[in-house]
Design a protein around this ligand. Structure first.
Ligand code: N01
Length: 542
């Protein structure tokens, strides 16, 4: 294997990294540090991945800023100043650009270039990677840092392309931004992206129609600017924060959407009187609906929490019909809980209307707007906040051919699994950062990404040190792991009314299978360490 300093021929490298978001940047850095020659390809014109593409109004992370950053650079982290408790897209994108410069990563990245094809050569134990710019690179390893939520899905609505106004997608929003002032706007979709963008768009638009097929469970964001000395104080505690973060089953020790789920009250909602239940909402607001011990495990308890949630919505939304339409019909915990800034309050504005698509479906998009079953919405702009083909979509869209020409797309169409979420049988020397079967999207993504990249870097080091040419998951181990992952998907996550992207249920035709590992990051990391200590159990090394 080559040395980065000696790798003059850039068409042959040790590792190709696909993507330059948090995962791609860290992989490029770590693999270079390990003395490997690396090339990264990024389809965007800049670094950032998720935070490059999803620049819709209101885009913000739901993890506290001081934990939504790389944790292994004690000097660097002291230099970076976050301005808010939960940073918005622009600040995270700035942070990643700053990191890329500080670590000198840009020269390793080919921007504006998508990997189109990767083909494994069994005899040579190498991958031939081809880009949409016509470049071919041969690499021993491919590290797919392609993100869990980076393959947008276009909704199958008749006439989608016929609209004469502006069609915008939250997950590839215009870089120059968009001024909604005075416009008649429809937002389709009320997942995290829709819910975050609605209050911001409503404040600008002349009229806003929120087109909802499934109502959202959303909690008010605790975001605020960081106080004058607060960040200094936090910085002085970074070492402790990092330790707590790495000891946490969700990779974040402080509050945020995911850590809220980890804090359970000891009382069961099913044993509480209505007055006690309402008292919890008086005390904690929307969060009080779910601060019960049984809500996450029991469907009846979850239903009770949903009734309480309906009450909490009624307290905010003035119009009773709208309040009722905003109550979800699936269990809390089926989808990712959203953190919003004034979502329900937005429906009290005179310029905002909720359209319940379950009662009044979209018939088609027409040149002048959206034809609903009962009326035509005349519009200047349609914003699609319609989501992603999650966890497997970004790699399934690349023509990846492993042993015997088998495509990853076909393998995952049948069973979207990966051993430990790190690799797939039949695809030697291909590593999937935060792939299906890993905790990833159920945790702080940055922590999960760091863990995977470090595991992969150490694995490649082990292969080199021991003269191995390839590593590949054993099919039986992969199936066993998939079974194990399945045991953690609870009744709420796989409930028949749950159509989450975790299950692939939001993509027509995708196999319904709970993809992430819900057993917690700490337990998962211990398992990954055991696998290494026992000589890479479940992998075949050749
Ligand atoms: O996508 P989604 P998202 N007609 O799939 C609707 C992360 N994230 O981009 O549920 C009408 O959640 C669809 O309706 P339904 C986070 O992990 C985080 O919002 O299929 N509607 C749904 O309402 C999140 O979970 C943040 O019935 C249609 C919506 O579109 C993940 O990304 C911010 C439709 C899609 O919701 C994805 O979020 C943003 C159609 N044909 C994203 N097709 C943070 O705050 C789809 N929909 C950290």
């Amino acid at each position: 294997m080559g040395d980065i300093g000696e790798a003059l021929d850039r068409s042959e490298v040790d590792v190709v990294v696909i993507g330059a978001g948090f995962a791609g940047l860290y992989a490029l850095y770590m693999l270079r540090e390990a003395g490997l020659s690396v090339r990264a390809f990024e389809r965007g014109e800049g670094v950032g991945g998720t935070w490059y593409w999803n620049r819709y109004p209101g885009a913000r992370v739901d993890i506290q800023s001081v934990e939504y950053m790389f944790t292994k650079f004690p000097d660097l982290e002291q230099e970076w100043d976050w301005t808010e408790l939960m940073p918005a897209q622009a600040e995270i994108e700035r942070y990643l650009n700053w990191v890329a410069d500080k670590l000198g990563l840009r020269d390793g990245i080919t921007f504006d270039t998508a990997v189109q094809r990767a083909t494994y050569d069994d005899a040579a134990a190498t991958w031939r990677v081809e880009t949409d710019a016509g470049e071919q690179v041969v690499a021993r390893f491919v590290v797919a840092a392609t993100g869990c939520l980076s393959a947008p899905i276009e909704p199958a609505i008749p006439g989608l392309g016929s609209f004469a106004g502006d069609s915008l997608y939250t997950n590839r929003f215009p870089h120059e931004g968009y001024d909604f002032t005075g416009k008649r706007v429809a937002v389709i979709g009320t997942g995290s992206s829709g819910v975050q963008s609605v209050p911001v768009i409503a404040a600008q638009a002349a009229e806003l129609f929120v087109l909802q097929r499934s109502a959202a469970y959303t909690l008010p964001s605790p975001n605020r600017p960081l106080g004058p000395n607060e960040l200094d104080e936090l910085k002085s505690q970074y070492a402790d924060i990092r330790s707590a973060q790495w000891a946490s089953p969700v990779g974040t020790a402080r509050f945020g959407a995911v850590s809220f789920l980890g804090r359970r009250s000891l009382t069961n909602i099913l044993e509480a009187s209505w007055d006690e239940q309402i008292g919890k909402v008086d005390e904690l607001g929307f969060a009080g609906c779910f601060a019960w011990a049984d809500v996450f495990f029991d469907v009846a308890a979850n239903d009770a929490a949903k009734r309480l949630y309906a009450e909490a919505i009624k307290r905010v939304v003035n119009d009773p019909g709208t309040a009722e339409d905003l109550v979800p019909h699936y269990p809390f915990g089926c989808k990712r809980v959203i953190i919003d800034e004034g979502y329900f309050e937005t429906f009290n504005r005179d310029n905002v209307q909720l359209v319940n698509l379950r009662r009044n479906p979209i018939e088609s998009v027409v040149p002048s707007g959206i034809q609903l079953a009962d009326r035509l919405l005349e519009l200047d702009v349609i914003v699609y906040a319609t989501g992603f083909d999650a966890m497997t979509g970004s790699l399934s869209r690349i023509d990846i051919r492993g042993r015997d020409g088998v495509t990853l797309r076909d393998v995952w169409a049948e069973s979207p699994t990966a051993y430990l979420g790190l690799g797939v049988a039949g695809f030697p020397n291909l590593f999937t950062v935060t792939g299906p079967g890993s905790p990833s999207v159920l945790t702080n993504m940055v922590t999960s990404i760091e863990h995977h990249v470090e595991w992969i870097t150490a694995c490649i080091g082990h292969l080199q040190a021991n003269g191995h040419r390839s590593i590949e998951p054993d099919r039986a181990a992969q199936d066993e792991w998939a079974e194990h992952v399945n045991t953690f998907a609870g009744p709420l996550q796989v409930h028949p009314s749950c159509n989450s992207w975790y299950l692939g249920a939001n993509v027509p035709g995708k196999t319904r299978h709970y993809m992430p590992y819900a057993g917690g990051l700490t337990r998962y990391m211990a398992r990954c360490a055991e696998v290494v200590e026992s000589g890479y159990t479940g992998f075949e090394l050749a």
